[in-house]
Design a protein around this ligand. Structure first.
Ligand code: M6R
Length: 366
């Protein structure tokens, strides 16, 4: 049942090239420049007239929502707010019938997310679900939706659900960006082609496994860990930190790299591993100067870099390479080494990787 892998989590990490393909199969026709999604096509005006999109979710799904905020705003120029479902539901939020609410949930059973959906519906919003489990409560409670088609995710630590959620949300943003004229024709086509190449690039990113295992062995006894990223990769830093804490029980925090100076930099000494996502897109130069700041305080630097990188390599203690892609698609690749790093650390510490203490796969009570 684990397909020859030692744990479900590892199997699910390695399933990502296929899972992502399954997510866009039948929806993405790159050559023809078509994105077909029934849930969007049938409700197109709701999306094109939306004054804003509010995303509600918990945990890893909330991180996927944060990535989607960057994607929707950049590609479709629609304002987005991302909310913890648990906060949203009790906040008396301002919602109108011009709002589209997107609920993201792997299990489709998360109690807080379900309650947030009910509230949004009561206030007149159009509610769209992005779920993995077919026929789940959230899939049934929403007005329309798109499944991720990732296949069953058994490991409590979410992996392929995250990357497939980002894939679905990217498809939606591209489709809306095209229709709304926010994306030029050539940009639109370029994105479609690049998205189609992601599965093979994920495959390539997975090949760093042995190197990542070696890095894991060096840092497995750390007491704390910091994850930094900017832009599209800031939420990936949060997700990397969540993965490490939930399965290895090492305290980890994710931060936007520039926030370091506002507090966390005080934690940096020669015992502190800092994982920095520093791909050659977006604010690369700024991330490199953040790395210099960590280095001058003797922090241990693990850089997640683009293949062929030279600047970070000179500064970092270790680099882990991912293939090059468009900036908006980088989270689909930078997430992979972070999943593997936490996995190996947890295994080395002899933790129960698939069923970490105190956690449930779906959180059906608030
Ligand atoms: O099923 P959901 O996506 O609604 O679950 C939300 C969170 O409970 C879930 O992502 C949780 O944070 C994972 N254990 C993270 O790996």
């Amino acid at each position: 049942e684990k397909g020859g892998y030692e744990h479900f989590m590892l199997k699910e990490i390695h399933e990502q090239p296929h899972a992502i393909k399954d997510t866009y199969r039948g929806r993405l026709r790159a050559k023809e420049g078509i994105i077909k999604m029934a849930g969007i096509d049938d409700n197109l005006e709701k999306f094109t007239n939306a004054s804003r999109i509010i995303i509600v979710a918990c945990g890893t799904s909330w991180h996927a929502g944060l990535v989607a905020e960057y994607i929707f705003e950049n590609l479709a120029r629609i304002p987005v707010e991302v909310e913890y479902a648990s906060e949203f539901r009790y906040r008396n939020p301002v919602i109108t019938n011009n709002d589209v609410v997107i609920a993201i949930s792997q299990s489709g059973e998360t109690a807080d997310t379900l309650a947030a959906i009910k509230l949004a519906k009561e206030k007149g919003a159009f509610v769209f679900g992005v779920c993995n489990v077919v026929g789940s409560s959230i899939a049934r409670e929403t007005h329309a939706g798109a499944y991720t088609h990732a296949g069953p995710e058994i490991g409590v630590a979410s992996t392929k659900a995250f990357t497939t959620q980002i894939t679905v949300l990217t498809l939606i943003a591209l489709k809306l960006g095209k229709i709304k004229g926010a994306l030029s024709n050539s940009d639109y086509h370029y994105h479609l082609q690049e998205l189609e190449l992601i599965p093979e690039k994920v495959e390539k990113a997975l090949k760093s496994d042995a190197h990542i295992k070696m890095v894991a062995d060096i840092y497995k006894d750390a007491k704390n860990c910091l994850y930094l990223g900017r832009g599209y990769n800031f939420p990936v830093a949060l997700e990397g930190a969540l993965k490490l804490k939930e399965i290895s029980y090492i305290h980890a925090e994710g931060y936007p790299a520039a926030e370091m100076k506002h507090g966390p930099i005080a934690l940096i000494d020669d015992q502190m591993p800092v994982i920095v996502i520093a791909v050659n897109k977006g604010h690369y130069e700024k991330v490199v100067s953040n790395i210099e700041e960590i280095k001058s305080r003797s922090g241990k630097i693990i850089g997640i870099v683009t293949e062929g990188d030279t600047s970070v390599k000179k500064l970092a203690d270790h680099v882990i390479e991912v293939p090059e892609t468009l900036e908006s698609l980088t989270p689909l690749l930078t997430t992979i080494p972070l999943q593997l790093l936490s996995y190996h650390i947890a295994v080395m510490l002899e933790k129960n990787v698939d069923q970490p203490r105190n956690l449930a796969k779906s959180v059906t009570v608030e």
